[in-house]
Write a protein that binds this ligand. Structure first.
Ligand code: NAD
Length: 476
């Protein structure tokens, strides 16, 4: 236990920013310009529900408009407040810069517990919140494009897009006003899985670098690694599912709101997810053992810890007892600035949120491009690509016949090679490339500079330098 004061989430982001800019050569004016949040709009609106008027409070923060539109999710949670939204908006600015998504940073939140309301009530509330933001251009395809976050998903995004369409009847690009929509309502294949998929790609890239694996005191590949996941929501579920089904990881613990499940042989992610959907929590799940005090499980023995629920869960109180050698921040801000310092001193390797969960915004960018171009990726080129591959296969087969059928093209190769890439393959390929490239930019600084000893500082350095370059290009 320590008597040091825990910084707020916003102070944590500022502290981490300050640590990075101290290593840069920015003018104090530019440094301040990048750090501050440009604007936060607070709205209180009433909706008549269940025979009375309920007043809701919502926020939309714009951290940096060095590129437009600005981008960032909308969160539904009772814990939403201005400081949190501003911290998340700042993270969005740096995140977009790090993964070279040409957006500024924004974030929104509505103080509401979505579980307390029926679907039709949530629709009314969402449409009303969207109306307030749309009429101030805080939702707009060219200026501010929200996406899902905690407590929201494609259903809410579809309502928002429809609300925008009703209010901007002549905007041909109306679908680009929000991302994370259902595929049949202007969304893109692979968006729902994108953030969890990005976490998987981030870990795959990490494990391509022996020096980095050794820095975490690990060895080998992802295969067989013991993983603890906190939060089996959109991000945690997809990350855990892909890592266990495709990379051979063992999910040895899943921590949810009501407690945690433990199983050293590896939990069945799909089955646990279905159990939660039916029972509202993990308690009673027939496999593994249940522990009521979920937060304690964060301290358990594992190779990789994936906090994928909410911020501040690793803090001054428990940081010392966290034993995972590698933590990947799938959630935003799960490690406070104080805990970050303790963990760094212990030698824990942290793959920072700014990078680790950037898969969502990356595929949101693809969705927005798709909406503005009014055509699905792969639609024009796919069959032509297949026809060209067919030419090669035909030619190989002809040559083979010429030498008396001496070798055989395996049917598996033919099938894979002949298939042109559809939208999902293209999205995953673009996401994989983005995650690899951004990781390499971070690790170059991590290993290349004496004064940088962690990936988070490296991520901030890459991101801030890019934002600063944009401002300089504008003459600031
Ligand atoms: P979600 O609402 O789908 O899932 C959150 C999960 O965490 C739920 O299963 C919930 O029951 C669980 N949870 C809540 N409180 C908990 C607690 N105290 N202990 C354990 N589990 C708890 O949200 P999400 O979209 O998966 O977002 C999770 C995190 O990832 C957030 O920090 C969010 O900002 C971040 N994120 C999400 C996206 C995205 O595309 N959805 C993108 C980038 C970052």
């Amino acid at each position: 236990m320590t008597d040091r004061k825990e910084p707020t989430f916003r102070e944590s982001v500022d502290l981490m920013f300050n640590r990075a800019v101290a290593l840069m050569d920015l003018s104090p004016g530019l440094e301040e310009k990048i750090r501050v949040c440009n604007a936060t709009y607070t709205v209180r609106f009433g909706v008549r529900l269940r025979g009375q008027i309920h007043t809701f409070t919502g926020y939309r923060s714009v951290h940096s408009e060095h590129m437009e539109p600005v981008k960032g999710g909308i969160r539904y949670s009772m814990a939403v407040h201005q400081d949190e939204v501003e911290a998340l908006a700042a993270l969005m600015t740096y995140k977009c810069a790090l993964v070279e998504v040409p957006f500024g940073g924004s974030k929104g939140g509505l103080r509401i517990d979505p579980r307390e309301w029926e679907e039709h009530e949530l629709e009314q509330i969402t449409r009303r919140f969207a109306y307030e933001l749309i009429k101030r251009d805080l939702i707009h395809p060219a200026q501010n494009v929200p996406a899902p976050d905690m407590g929201t998903g494609e259903r809410e995004m579809a309502w928002i897009a429809d609300q925008y369409k009703r209010m901007a009847t002549t905007d041909i690009n109306y679908r680009g006003c929000v991302t994370g929509k259902p595929v049949n309502a202007g969304g893109i294949q692979g968006r729902t899985e994108a953030t969890g998929r990005g976490v998987q790609y981030a870990l795959q890239e990490f494990f391509r670098h022996p020096e980095d694996i050794a820095a975490a005191g690990l060895s080998g590949t992802l295969d067989g690694k013991r993983v603890i996941v906190q939060g089996l929501g959109n991000v945690g579920y997809h990350a855990a599912k892909f890592l266990s089904e495709e990379d051979g990881c063992k999910i040895t613990a899943i921590i949810e709101r009501d407690g945690a499940l433990l199983d050293d042989t590896g939990l069945d992610v799909e089955a646990v997810r279905n159990w939660i959907a039916r029972h509202g929590g993990v308690e009673g799940y027939p496999g593994g053992s249940f522990v009521r005090e979920g937060a304690k499980v964060l301290e358990g023995a594992c190779d990789i810890l994936i906090p994928a629920a909410l911020e501040g869960v690793i803090n001054l109180e428990n940081a010392e007892r966290i034993t995972a050698p590698l933590i990947i921040e799938a959630a935003n801000g799960p490690i406070t600035a104080g805990a970050d310092e303790i963990l760094r001193q212990k030698g824990t390797v942290i793959i920072p949120d700014m990078y680790a969960n950037a898969g969502g915004v990356t595929v949101s960018y693809f969705e927005w491009v798709k909406n503005l171009s009014h055509i699905r990726f792969g639609r024009i080129g796919r069959r032509q690509e297949e026809a060209r591959h067919q030419l090669i296969v035909n030619e190989l087969e002809r040559l083979n016949r010429g030498i008396g059928d001496a070798w055989d093209i395996s049917p598996d190769f033919k099938q894979k090679y002949l298939r042109g890439a559809g939208e999902l393959e293209l999205v995953r390929s673009g996401l994989d490339d983005t995650m690899r490239t951004a990781y390499q930019a971070m690790r170059e600084i991590w290993h290349g500079r004496e004064d940088v000893t962690d990936l988070r500082t490296a991520a901030y350095l890459v991101a801030i330098a890019r934002v600063a370059a944009s401002y300089r290009a504008m003459g600031l």
